[in-house]
Design a protein around this ligand. Structure first.
Ligand code: GZL
Length: 318
């Protein structure tokens, strides 16, 4: 009798453990559960990125738990901790800033839940804290913006820069790529640089201040379309013609940016591809299955002039 009870108890315990899972490995029905901690909804780029992730999860048959951190790191960390407690099969997120992730990523590692970085990087020295980082090369994007200015400026050129979220990888790296590239021309000077937090309102407010404080602005380098579009409003309100009196260079190539480029109000856009969903889901399946994946996957992207925008606009997906 005692033997029967012990055997039954062992069976119950084993089932309970299997059902809860020990983190990692798809659920019994083979369905993968992904916890995704998104930055927020600050820009047209982010909206397109979220749509790509949600639609791709559906087509990949992946059960997606999704959270919007309203651009606050503490909210992303809370969301990741909740995914760990829920014992999801894989966690993915776009770190709003580069620093402050080691502790929560260590908790995920101890829970044996693999992590995938998308879009933005973390500055951790411990590369075992995440399986792979899928996203753009932001330094390259900054270089492309700087190269266009080198090739298309004439004489002394005063630049004002609208920076992205302070501490965010795209803000740090785009600034570096742009600055390092224009260094080769002593005629080009960044006379003012300030964060607009990747938002349209932020770009407008900072540009209004620049137009008051800077007597002679030749170029605006906005680290994303949304801040650039906000700057266009400020430039027009100051009675100047964007794209002509003040040249505008931006990064992203979302629909509204491409429309302004096509209309001649923006001069050049460096694309930053937000459609990371399909690659993310492929990587997640491989990671959950325990397969090796590259530690870095760089997304493909291009650049657009005003003429190229006119041709590309009708077929753009975002
Ligand atoms: C870049 C992404 C940036 C976009 C902005 O990959 O992190 O954040 O350039 C967005 O539009 O807010």
């Amino acid at each position: 009798m005692r033997k029967t009870i012990t055997t039954a108890l062992a069976a119950v315990l084993l089932t309970a453990l299997t059902a809860c899972g020990s983190g990692g490995g798809a659920a019994d029905d083979g369905k993968i559960t992904m916890g995704f901690a998104q930055v927020g909804a600050e820009s047209g780029w982010r909206t397109a990125n979220t749509k790509s992730i949600q639609e791709s999860a559906k087509s990949a048959g992946i059960d997606l738990k999704f959270s919007d951190a309203q651009q606050k790191q503490e909210n992303q960390i809370k969301a990741i901790r909740s995914y760990i407690q829920q014992k999801v099969d894989v966690i993915a997120f776009s770190p709003v800033v580069e620093t402050g992730w080691d502790n929560v990523l260590l908790e995920a590692k101890r829970a044996k839940i693999p992590v995938i970085l998308t879009d933005r990087a973390v500055d951790s020295d411990d590369e075992t804290l995440y399986k792979t980082f899928l996203g753009s090369d932001f330094i390259e994007e900054g270089k492309k913006a700087g190269k266009w200015l080198l090739d298309n400026h004439s004489g002394p050129t005063n630049v004002v820069e609208l920076e992205g979220t302070t501490g965010a990888a795209p803000a740090i790296d785009r600034k570096k790529g742009f600055g390092d590239t224009i260094k080769s021309s002593p005629e080009i000077k960044v006379v003012a640089s300030q964060t607009g937090d990747f938002t349209r309102s932020g770009g407008k407010q900072v540009m209004e201040a620049f137009l008051k404080s800077q007597p002679d602005i030749d170029v605006v380098f906005a680290q994303n379309d949304d801040m650039g579009l906000g700057a266009l409003e400020a430039i027009k309100a100051a009675g100047k013609k964007p794209g002509v009196d003040i040249k505008v260079i931006t990064i992203d190539a979302v629909h509204d940016g491409m429309q302004a480029l096509s209309n001649g109000e923006i001069n050049y856009i460096v694309e930053c591809n937000p459609l990371l969903g399909p690659q993310l889901m492929d990587l997640a399946k491989k990671v959950v299955a325990g397969e090796d994946v590259p530690h870095r996957v760089v997304t493909k992207e291009t650049t657009f002039t005003q003429e190229q925008a006119k041709t590309a606009l009708p077929d753009r997906k975002y």
